[in-house]
Design a protein around this ligand. Sequence first.
Ligand SMILES: Cc1cc2nc3c(=O)[nH]c(=O)nc-3n(C[C@H](O)[C@H](O)[C@H](O)COP(=O)(O)O)c2cc1C
Ligand code: SF4
Length: 788
Amino acid sequence: MFPDSRGVSPSIMSEVASYVLELWHEHRIPIIMSTLFVLSLLRIYLHSTEKREKLLVIPKIYEKVPPNLVAGAEKKSKTEVRKDDSEGSESTGTGNEKWRAKDGPRRIKGNASRKARSRAESGREARRIQVLVFFSSLTGSTEKNTQLLAQELATALGCTAEEESGRTFLPPRVLDLAEVDYDEYFIAPPKPESEQTDYFYLFVIPSYNIDSINDNFLEHLRETHHDFRIDTSPLAPILGYSVFGFGDREGWPTEDEGFCFQAKEVDKWMAKLSGRKRAYPLGMGDWKRDGKQRLSEWRTGLVDVLKQVAQTGSLGDGVPGSGDPIESEDEGEAEDDGEVLEETVDAKGAKRSSGGIEDVEDIGRIMELSRADGSREKSAGPLAIDFTTEGKSATKKSVTVAIKEMVPKNSPTYTALTKQGYSIVGSHSGVKICRWTKSALRGRGSCYKFSFYGINSHQCMETTPSLSCSNKCVFCWRHGTNPVGTTWRWVVDPPQLIFDGVKENHYKKIKMMRGVPGVRAERFAEAMRIRHCALSLVGEPIFYPHINEFLGLLHGERISSFLVCNAQHPDQLAALQHVTQLYVSIDASNRESLRRIDRPLHRDFWERFQRCLDILRERRFRQRTVFRLTLVKGFNIEDEVEGYADLVERGLPCFVEVKGVTYCGTSSSSSAGLTMANVPFYQEVCDFVVALEKALLKRGLQYGIAAEHAHSCCILLASERFRVDGKWHTLIDYDKFFQLLEEKGPDGDFSPEDYMGPPTPEWATWGNGGFDPRDQRVDKKGRPIEAN
Ligand SMILES: Cc1cc2nc3c(=O)[nH]c(=O)nc-3n(C[C@H](O)[C@H](O)[C@H](O)COP(=O)(O)O)c2cc1C
Ligand code: SF4
């Protein structure tokens, strides 16, 4: 071998080469790994020190998302994957760096948008709302109605095409479901043309039981919901949605038979896709009859909601179940303004109210003690007034003490009552939506007062100006949490404050129902005008020192008053001015039974009770008086018929309402030994009423069984004064009542007959069950449930 030109022999070179090759073969993996590692480090270093453009993966609409939301916003961009696909590899249109879809299955997420949405909902920035009105139409009527709807919405929301800039609302856009690309609107909200725009979806859908565009559309919604690549709520970024359906009652008389069934379907799928953003109840109208009127009511309600959304950026709170796709069978708590028997002790509540200064009753006791000590505090507040003690002691008890609030905000009583759904107004008043109001809003039946007296449950407010009571009835559903006492020793709130507060809270609670599936748009709209007030919630309304002024405020707004008192405050009863209907609870027929059932705090409870009956007798031609009997098996049914007949003879009420106690589930009443076994069967209530009627006739008293509401185990006996030409007239002419009141004043001389209404509807009379035929009660399989 000869050395090469550099003087290295070829044999040495070949040896070196084979050595290197050998080395490579032996260590190639560590070498490759180390090289890759070093390269990665180098890349990371260069990347972190590089001066880069701002990361612009966020769609322009949410451009100002704070840095901590950038990651979320990146996900948001993914929601547009399908849209991007449909647009090829074009930019998203914002001019920003586009998001490139990767190969393989893609997941479309709505949750990132939720972050952006919550920001949008915070209302911190002036944003625009784009209402999109989708419709379908085969024969054209829905299209016409939708165009008109959009124009009316534009006017009501204050936006026109010419004046769009600077407005909160952009002019609504009408979109035909036969023409739109579903992917563009129903996989994610579309990309807005301008920044700061949020969407609100409306649908006007006629139903067709033949193949139509509706089927394609519904199929798309269904598929989107079930597509594993797409989040279950990809439309969550929209502000809200609502659906109106057109149908034909002639061919499809009821919902079960298919009336507006496709609108209901759209409503259901949109609830799922939007993450429960039903902003207003599903509206339905018969195109031949009430369609236009229903659509206009629906629009009016929607405008309110849209304005609220514009103001607050959100739909506001809803009751549990709001926005759910379909109705649940649960109608909420089983309480109403009747008496409810509960089964077991609410352990928590009971514990809380048993120790320390936890109850107004305790506060009262402590005040008594402090008085006994002689340690009277000087107070700048109003004097304590004893309203319940007669004559002599009234002045004596006007002791100067520091007046406290009945239910202070920081008290366990307040917490317990609010937990049970009460809104506390001021310091001693409360309001709550009763189960019948909710039920009527959903078309599932009204309370017995609709059948007997024509009270619309969905327009009825249940309230009390005094949460305190002087009884501790065993069947009281107040979980033992309401304050009790025999005298008023608390701060007295002015009637106007209470009136404004209870109305405000009632409406607030009604509004919280608007996302609940099954709520009927027309009833929801009607519910926004209170027409009746049941003063019977919890506590004793006539305990409130300004009850007459409070009634004046109710009547001033033409709200009828049904006042229930416990027959323990004769002085207040005597001073009471006109109410639409005056109730006295008659929980037992004799002293011992009353003591056992009502557990009254007054020692002279029986005398007070009897005085109240006498007052009712005197007033029977001025007030529409009612005895309310609540039957509790084992307590006040057996062998008491004669005793009750005696009481009726003494008080001569216009009506006697007999109601079986209602079962509720939890209670402090178990301490009184009550169980479900104490709830009488409807047949037992019927038997009792028949026996009572007989006992009354035996005494020569002209009463008869006028009406029934089997659904709530309630039967009405009425004086013959309310039978005209052989027909019962238990309904009330409310307009006439207000007219008389306005003409003659709150102490005016007019009688219950003067505002007697038309005949009791046939379906409500004795033997016909009494279930409101406008409503439908169905079981889980949609089968009608017999009302009686
Ligand atoms: C063939 C046909 C089938 C229909 N099916 C239903 C139905 O199942 N339920 C319903 O409530 N209305 C039904 N309707 C009534 C329509 O929904 C109603 O007439 C609607 O106003 C039509 O709207 P359009 O003129 O925009 O197509 C049907 C009407 C037709 C002509
Ligand atoms: S009268 Fe009013 S508060 Fe009472 S149960 Fe009926 S709807 Fe409810």
